[in-house]
Structures are given as C-alpha cells and as structure tokens.
Design a binder for this molecule. Structure first.
Ligand code: ADP
Length: 259
C-alpha cells in the first residue's frame, strides 16, 4: 500500500480507554503522523478475537482475522474452502504462502490506511518476516500485544465452546450457556462446535502456537517493535482491554513506535 499522496493519517495517542468506549476514547486521542497497527498474539483460547473486536469498536480500526477469512471460504463451500476445512479440522496452520498473500492483499485496501488490527497474523517466522517488510513499506507505527494464558485454562475455554452460525457470538457449556440449549440468545440461530474445537485439534493448535508462533514473536521485538505481555486468565474482557489500552498509551506516548 502506498502512502504517497494520502491525507495525513489519523492517530494515535490513546490517553486512556478503561471501558473501551469509542466516544470516550475519541475525546482522549490526539493525532500522530503515522498509521497504527496493533498486532495481537496469543494462544488459541486467549481471547484474541474478543479483544480485537473491542479494539475495533474503540479505535474505529479494521480488524483483520485470517481465521475469519478462512472460515468464510469454508462457509461459502468453494474449492479453497474445502481445502482450508481439511487443514483447520486437524488444528494445523494453513501454508504461509496462502496466508501471506491473503493478508497483504487485505492490508492494501483503502480501509486500512489509517491503521488496522491483526488478529491471528503473523503466526510463523516467515509470516513475521513478510509483515515486517509490509510495515516498513507502509511506514506505520506498530505495537505487539501478547495475550498470555496457561495451557489448562486454554483447553478448558476451547472445550465446550459453542458458536452462533450466523453472528459468531460465543457461548460455553460450563461458563456461558445460552438461555435455550443450542440456540443463540442474540438472533435465535443454531449453535455449533467450531471444526477445530475438538480435543485433538485443540492440542495441535496449542502445540503449533508453542512451536511456531511464540518463537516468531521474538523477531518483531528484535526488529524494534514494542511487545507487551498482558495476562488474560481470569479477568473480564473489559479489564484485559483496559490493560491493552494502557500498553498502547505507553507505546504511543513517545510519538512513533517501531523502527
Ligand atoms: P485460534 O487462534 O483460536 O486458533 P483462529 O480463528 O485465529 O483461532 O484460527 C483458526 C485456524 O485458522 C488455525 O488453527 C489455522 O488452521 C488457521 N489460521 C488462522 N490464522 C492463521 C495464520 N496466520 N497462519 C496459518 N493458519 C492460520
């Protein structure tokens, strides 16, 4: 994405956003000269998407989730979708080449010009290298947030999770049951178990995170991007969101973030 000729990008100094409320946030933000990219890392079950959605609402940035893009192909039942479903069902990662192309094309779209939130990308060393190249090309600030979670809590969160087929709202058989079994409170659609929320796939996803994603995170930090660790074990999502906001505030207070 070329920044040449673009209007001065908005953003970003988040002074405080305890409730992640967009209107309150807006009044506390001032502008800097570069777009901001928030990179959310974390094992499956750490609440990356929940936090990314809260940030999306609070900052007005686009959320880019490779998992959602892959699932939209699966839902569409196209040729790519059946290949993605085959991989995701096992809990393994989709090949870098496919994901890198998908994400770099998405980042080049105009709605990403002022900033965006990466929810589940990068996840490998190669994806980190590609992202670092893109971040340099678009000359933006970037802050990495790693959501840390103990493995046993991650397994408990993912096992028994149910998802609305229509709106994606999440429920849990132990901690957040729908009012009517199998039916979404929000829109009355049926609830389903995600294809990769089965025991063996959960284990494979957690292993992939430990073996490929966690080590790759180091690369971003070595290249000079601020990396914060936020624990996401027992706190309410809004509390975790407040901690993320504080990390963003600290990182952006200097003016520019990253190399
Ligand atoms: P989670 O983080 O809980 O695993 P996601 O929705 O982010 O959930 O990802 C679901 C699946 O989509 C992954 O297990 C993997 O198969 C695929 N996927 C998502 N993001 C990537 C990525 N960056 N690289 C490769 N595969 C990915």
């Amino acid at each position: 994405m070329s920044r040449e000729g673009a209007a001065l990008p908005l953003y970003l100094h988040v002074i405080s956003m305890p409730t992640m409320d967009k209107s309150a946030l807006g009044s506390r933000m001032r502008r800097t000269s570069r777009p901001l990219v928030v990179v959310l890392f974390g094992p499956p079950g750490s609440g990356k998407s929940t936090q990314a959605i809260l940030l999306e609402r609070a900052l007005g940035f686009v959320r880019i989730s490779p998992g959602d893009i892959l699932r939209s192909h699966v839902a569409a039942g196209d040729a790519l979708g059946s290949e993605f479903a085959r991989i995701m069902r096992t809990g393994q990662l989709v090949p870098d080449e496919i994901i890198n192309r998908m994400i770099t094309e998405r980042i080049a779209e105009p709605d990403c010009a002022d900033g965006f939130i990466l929810d589940g990308y990068p996840r490998t060393h190669n994806q980190c290298e590609v992202l670092i190249r893109v971040l340099r090309q678009i000359n933006c600030d970037a802050v990495v947030i790693k959501l840390a979670l103990d493995t046993d809590i991650a397994v408990a969160r993912l096992s028994g999770r149910l998802e609305c087929k229509t709106c994606g709202e999440l429920y849990h058989l132990a901690s957040r049951r729908p009012k009517v079994a199998g039916v979404c409170d929000a829109d009355g659609s049926g609830l389903t178990v995600r294809i990769d929320d089965r025991d063996d796939a959960i284990r494979t996803r957690l292993s992939a995170y430990e073996a490929q994603t966690e080590p790759a995170l180091r690369l971003l930090s070595e290249f000079g991007y601020d990396c914060h660790v936020v624990r996401s074990g027992s706190a309410l999502p809004e509390v975790t969101a407040g901690e993320i906001a504080e990390c963003l505030r600290r990182s952006t207070a200097r003016g520019t973030v990253g190399p």
